[in-house]
Design a protein around this ligand. Structure first.
Ligand code: FPP
Length: 262
């Protein structure tokens, strides 16, 4: 928290206080780094540097309030279309940030998980990722999933191919394929679906992020640019989530009779 500022909501809330009111899985599309830098007359990459600080803050807040799953969209398959220098900078920044933060993540019980295909970033980053995932694999406080070279359509295609191969091998019959079979073939297998998605940066779209998993997720869009993400915006999003009534296809009266209706 910036010095001199009182917390917006004192961070004493714990998962067990009111677990039904907090999202258990928060997913974030961190957009607006480039525009943030440009607005301050800086090179785009400076926005990415500040973006890492914002990602650290989001992780800390989830840990403090007891949100056990956080998923960050750090690099999409489409991001390869950016200038080579920016892609190179992002690759270096991700490797450096991971090396720098690993100790603190591990001490705080954070389990690192990667979705997408990080092998395309070269052997150095892939090795750093492998050892970080390995080191933190038994941690249980917070699962931090970073989407790297990730695209939801590609993830679904790969899952469809896996299931087709199981059918060809007579391990599965096409008629018997269930939602949980498909979920088990996705990169996100083992993770609950996100309850809340935050997208910063003013765009109102999903950009090929977790298309299957976001089917019933509450969406929160803000014009705030990612480097300016802070505790106040975090709580704005949580408060918006808490005002929503999640019906999953049912009608409002059914929810109210079951839970007093949130
Ligand atoms: C979006 O801003 C951000 C990215 C493409 C990804 C980079 C994210 C970070 C460096 C945050 C840190 C993440 C981790 C997990 C360490 P943009 O460049 O698309 O911004 P623009 O829309 O203003 O151009």
């Amino acid at each position: 928290m910036p010095s001199g500022l009182a917390p917006i909501i004192p961070v004493t809330l714990k998962k067990d206080d009111s677990p039904e009111d907090l999202p258990q899985h928060l997913a974030i599309i961190m957009d607006g780094n480039g525009r943030w830098a440009k607005a301050g007359g800086q090179a785009r990459v400076q926005g990415h540097r500040r973006g890492v600080d914002a990602a650290r803050q989001a992780t800390t807040l989830c840990g403090e309030v007891g949100i056990p799953y956080l998923t960050l969209f750090a690099f999409s398959r489409e991001n390869w279309r950016r200038p080579d220098e920016e892609v190179h900078f992002l690759t270096q920044l991700l490797a450096l940030s991971l090396e720098k933060e690993l100790g603190r993540l591990h001490e705080n019980g954070v389990k690192l998980n990667i979705i997408g295909d990080p092998s395309s970033f070269g052997r150095k980053l892939a090795k750093t990722i492998d050892s970080a995932v390995d080191k933190t694999s038994n941690n249980t406080n917070l699962t931090l999933t970073i989407a790297l070279n990730y695209g939801a359509r590609q993830e679904l295609l790969t899952a469809a191919r896996r299931l087709a191969e199981s059918c060809v091998a007579n391990e599965l019959s096409p008629q018997a394929i269930s939602e949980s079979d498909l979920e088990g073939a996705l990169d996100t297998h083992g993770l609950p679906d996100p309850d809340l998605l935050i997208r910063t940066g003013g765009e109102v779209r999903l950009s090929n992020f977790l298309l299957w998993q976001l089917a019933y997720t509450e969406l929160f869009f803000t014009d705030v640019l990612w480097p300016d993400f802070n505790e106040a915006i975090f709580w704005d999003a949580i408060a918006a989530y808490q005002r929503r009534q999640r019906r999953f296809g049912r009608i409002g009266e059914q929810i109210e009779s079951q839970s007093g209706g949130r």
